[in-house]
Design a protein around this ligand. Structure first.
Ligand code: GLA
Length: 509
């Protein structure tokens, strides 16, 4: 998530006398505990050049006591408190989220810090005043009030989003070709209408403060026209802080202006990501901050789906609709991995009472078709998203889908469960490795999914009584096998593969 995405890299600097003396002392004392305070102080790392021409900069402020380190890593996009240890020239720093896996590891070499930051190498030199990050003046968000419902997203939004697969590699050409494929693959006709550009489209602001696109998106209005001409809608991404998670300019202090720009471009959906807002606001201001953009979008007069992305902070499900939100993330970023997908859906569980037409809990975008789960796991992914009335935003390359991926994403019977107008979010009942999710549907029928979390095939049994039907079972249909099945003596049983799912729609007689 978020902060880990920024880079620290490069820079040259001299070997100071202080450090030389310390190295010498260390050498003679054979100290294993680092040398005095050699790592203490402010370090500046210059990162990559963004697609808008700006250069990332990260400041590491460290205190050292013996071999104990503490401090902060700051950039325009984030600020993270770190703690760690020094052993000789080697040091390790841990972030607050994972005290067992180092966030940064490195060495002090010739007066520079050389290290690894996630997959990236970085070099930091002693910071000077020229490295100071610009100060961002605090703007108090307006008092809380109710933002009226915009009438959109009566069923969970469906579409595609660029982040899971393309991340920073998204551009105009890709989006156009995705839009073409949404039509030719049948995705649009199955209901996936939003084509959403995530982070890294942003340019810099002009002299009047208007946000511009970077060269990857030469003409956003023309792109929106193109997407609209295909019977699709265009989504965009920003955030309430000064910077997005990938370090690009976000909407802080320009909320109304950005909303107007998005509307003028023809944008239909905004994902609004907390990211660097945490460097300005406290968590108890989340509602007021999100309300500000909720108001701004409504002022434009254009119907724009409002997607809150703040990873479930501050019990967003309790106030997301109040600020005009149509959906809100309930979890951290999903990864194309069974444990991540299941972890996200488990985190979604307490939010169930808050889902309904116009306002949905969002356990993040789909990973189906991205290649790191089995087809059984992807069927479970799709089933769980449908049972929990989650937004269905494909995150794969829809231009190039295997038959299996198509059969999952385009399963109209499963999509219908997700899009059921009643808008109920199922909750699980656990029985060993089996989890049963029951979702009441419009018209009195129910969808029931039994997920096998275990590592061996297991027999799943659905008892009619548990379904709370008005009368006895009438029709029962297996939504993955696409065939009707028979309940005998009040139950139906089937073998479910490891990590697989049995998904039925059951109607009363
Ligand atoms: C955050 C969000 C992701 C994505 C990235 C973009 O991590 O949670 O979904 O939008 O930012 O930088």
């Amino acid at each position: 998530m978020r902060a880990q995405k920024s880079t620290i890299r490069s820079g040259n600097s001299a070997f100071s006398w202080n450090e030389l003396a310390c190295v010498a002392l260390c050498f003679f004392a054979f100290s294993a505990a680092g040398c005095g305070h050699r790592l203490a102080g402010r370090w500046a790392a210059t990162g990559r050049t963004l697609d808008n021409g700006e250069q990332e900069k990260t400041i590491l402020e460290l205190k050292q006591s013996g071999n104990q380190l503490s401090g902060t890593i700051k950039s325009l996009s984030f600020s993270i408190d770190v703690k760690g240890t020094a052993r000789g020239n080697h040091f390790e720093l841990y972030g607050p989220r994972n005290p067992t896996r180092p966030f940064i590891t490195g060495e002090l070499i010739n007066g520079e810090l050389h290290g690894t930051f996630g997959p990236r190498q970085w070099v930091a030199k002693r910071a000077t005043s020229a490295d100071d990050l610009p100060t961002v003046p605090y703007i108090q968000p307006p008092a809380l009030h109710h933002v009226s419902y915009n009438g959109l997203a009566k069923t969970p939004p469906m579409g595609w989003n660029s982040w899971n697969l393309f991340a920073g590699r998204v551009d105009d050409r890709t989006v156009r070709s995705i839009a073409d494929a949404m039509v030719s693959s049948g995705m649009r006709d199955a209901g996936y209408v939003y084509v959403n550009i995530d982070d890294t489209w942003e340019g810099v602001r002009d002299a009047q403060g208007n946000i511009q696109t970077n060269p990857k998106f030469p003409d956003m209005k023309a792109l929106a026209d193109y997407v609209h001409s295909k019977g699709l809608k265009l989504g965009i991404y920003s955030g309430p802080g000064p910077r997005t998670c990938a370090g690009y300019p976000a909407s802080y202090g320009h909320e109304g202006q950005d909303a107007k720009t998005f509307a003028a471009w023809g944008i239909d959906y905004l994902k609004y990501d907390w990211c660097s807002a945490r460097t300005i606001y406290k968590d108890d201001q989340l509602q007021a901050v999100y309300q500000k953009m909720g108001d701004a979008l409504q002022t434009t007069g254009r119907p724009i789906v409002y997607s809150l992305c703040e990873y479930g902070l501050g019990d967003v499900q309790k106030w997301g609709a109040e600020v005009g939100g149509n959906l809100w993330r309930t979890t951290d970023d999903i990864r194309d991995q069974w444990s991540s997908m299941i972890g996200n859906i488990e985190e979604q569980v307490p939010t169930a009472p808050y889902a309904g037409p116009g306002h949905w809990n969002d356990p993040d975008m789909l990973e189906i078709g991205n290649g790191h789960m089995t087809d059984d796991e992807y069927r479970t992914h799709m089933s769980l998203w449908a049972l929990t009335a989650a937004p269905l935003l494909a995150g794969n390359d829809v231009r190039n889908m295997s038959e299996a991926t198509k059969s999952i994403l385009l399963n109209k019977e499963v999509i219908a469960v997700d899009q059921d107008p009643l808008g109920k979010q199922a909750s699980p009942l656990k029985n060993g490795d089996l989890e049963t999710w029951i979702k009441p549907l419009d018209g009195g029928s129910v969808a029931v999914g039994v997920v096998n979390l275990g590592s061996a095939p297991a027999q799943a049994t659905v008892n009619a009584k548990a379904l709370n039907l008005k009368r006895s079972v009438g029709r029962a249909r297996d939504l993955w096998a696409h065939k009707d099945v028979r309940f005998a003596n009040g139950s139906y049983s089937a073998m479910v593969p490891s990590h697989g799912v049995l998904l039925l729609k059951v109607s009363s007689s």
